[in-house]
Design a protein around this ligand. Structure first.
Ligand SMILES: [Zn+2]
Length: 155
């Protein structure tokens, strides 16, 4: 990297690039990683990006990203690319799309929404806008902004 912030390549694992500046910790939270799991992790924050101005990068050794995790990541990092590394080489580059519908991952903020009162009802949101994310509850039409999504992920 041109600014001399050297982070060595990982042998096997996942590199998540193009995370909006300052959100790498939220991405780690989405993955359920708190530091005690023993993964070797490189977290690079607020580095220059020609595309984004500033960005964060996460490198996680010996950890794959599941489809559902990748979907959740797009809610807070819609431009993120997920690179799978094997033997120091990127063997797969995934650009995850923000899903049109999100089921069961987030809560509706309306206390009288059926999803907050019937334990059998899973939340269902339709994506109104992808970047920044805006969702609408399919049951009560309450809108959920990016700020609320971040709040629920970080709590
Ligand atoms: Zn609702």
């Amino acid at each position: 990297m041109k600014n001399g912030l050297i982070v060595s390549k990982i042998k096997n694992g996942t590199v998540i690039d193009h995370i909006p500046a300052g959100r790498a910790l939220a991405v780690l939270r989405v993955l359920g990683i708190r530091g005690q799991e023993g993964y070797r992790i490189a977290l690079v924050m607020n580095v220059e990006s020609s595309k984004m101005g500033r960005k964060d990068i996460l490198k996680i050794e010996e950890r794959a990203i599941e489809e559902r995790e990748a979907e959740l990541i797009t809610l807070i990092a819609p431009e993120a690319t997920i690179n799978i590394v094997k033997d120091y080489e990127v063997v797969e580059k995934r650009k995850q799309k923000v899903p049109d519908k999100i089921t069961g991952l987030l809560r509706c903020t309306n206390p009288s929404c059926i999803t907050n009162n019937d334990p059998e009802a899973a939340t269902k949101f339709k994506t109104l806008r992808k970047s920044p994310i805006e969702l609408v509850c399919e049951y009560c039409e309450t809108r959920i902004t990016e700020q609320e999504v971040l709040r629920q992920i970080l709590e």
